[in-house]
Design a protein around this ligand. Structure first.
Ligand SMILES: [Zn+2]
Ligand SMILES: [Zn+2]
Length: 266
């Protein structure tokens, strides 16, 4: 819970919060249900107390500085597989997607999951740094651009309700909100539910095992019928979570599903 590298990086203010959360969790037990209201207050307090420092280089005044952002590899659609965003050097499908096309018809990844993006996503998901989401969402919206076919609805990949309760917010929804605003498409947070709380991706390293675990994890609302849905998530590891969500949407009658993620693990 209290990781030394994090503490060193974030300085004493964040150390205080780590200890505060640590004491809280030790006292009440990590799985103890904490009321949504309390969580929200704690998370908002965390946003307010953390000084604006770059999550990567600690520079004052910004949550992620331009230098660190620019140093993180951006993924180019013209040189990546259209369906899984894996860099292929040219705009063709990779071998795997051409032999076994996934349910998602297009996966667009903004950055490689590395360097500053790894730090930013960690801060957003595990350090309660919700304030960093709008600038990351803006980068995603810019990446999507206005040249593509506009979707009918934007759907953040949902968390299971127990994980939502323990984190207090869905990081994918925090990213989806600015994307929806920037490209002018309604946000459909109620269109998809996560009905199985699959273990965190980091826990399952084997690709087949991870694919097996995310099958039937999602359930889509009948209102998706005929819609082109754009799924939003923070990270795509193999794309199996996104494809599981896409399959649920297609099963419920969606016309098609694309996906936009902040970062793609390579
Ligand atoms: Zn920086
Ligand atoms: Zn591919």
């Amino acid at each position: 819970m209290i990781r030394l590298t994090e503490i060193r990086r974030q300085g004493s203010a964040r150390l205080g919060m780590h200890l505060f959360y640590g004491a809280w969790e030790l006292e009440w037990g990590v799985n103890m249900r904490i009321g949504d209201f309390t969580r929200r207050v704690m998370s908002t307090t965390a946003d307010a107390l953390f000084p604006s420092r770059c999550v990567q280089c600690n520079r004052d005044g910004v949550l992620l500085c331009n230098g660190c952002m620019e140093a993180t590899a951006r993924l180019d659609s013209k040189r990546s597989c259209r369906m899984c965003a894996l860099p292929t050097g040219e705009a063709t499908l990779c071998g795997r997607c051409s032999s076994d096309p996934p349910p998602v018809s297009a996966l667009v990844a903004t950055f490689a999951f590395d360097g500053a993006m790894r730090s930013a996503i960690h801060a957003l998901k595990y350090d309660g740094l919700r304030a960093i989401a709008p600038m990351l969402g803006d980068e995603m919206a810019a990446r999507w651009g206005n040249s593509r076919k506009m979707p009918d609805a934007i759907v953040p990949v949902p968390l299971h309700r127990s994980r939502l309760r323990s984190r207090g917010y869905n990081q994918a929804e925090l990213l989806a909100r600015p994307v929806a605003e920037r490209i002018g498409v309604p946000l459909g947070t109620g269109l998809l539910r996560r009905v199985v709380d699959s273990p965190p991706q980091a826990a399952a390293t084997d690709e087949t095992e991870r694919a097996r675990r995310v099958r039937n994890v999602f359930e889509a609302d009948a209102d998706v019928e005929g819609l082109h849905v754009l799924l939003i998530d923070d990270v795509a590891t193999t794309g199996s979570t996104i494809n599981s969500a896409a399959q649920a949407l297609l099963d419920a009658g969606a016309w098609g599903v694309s996906a936009l993620v902040l970062a793609r693990e390579l």
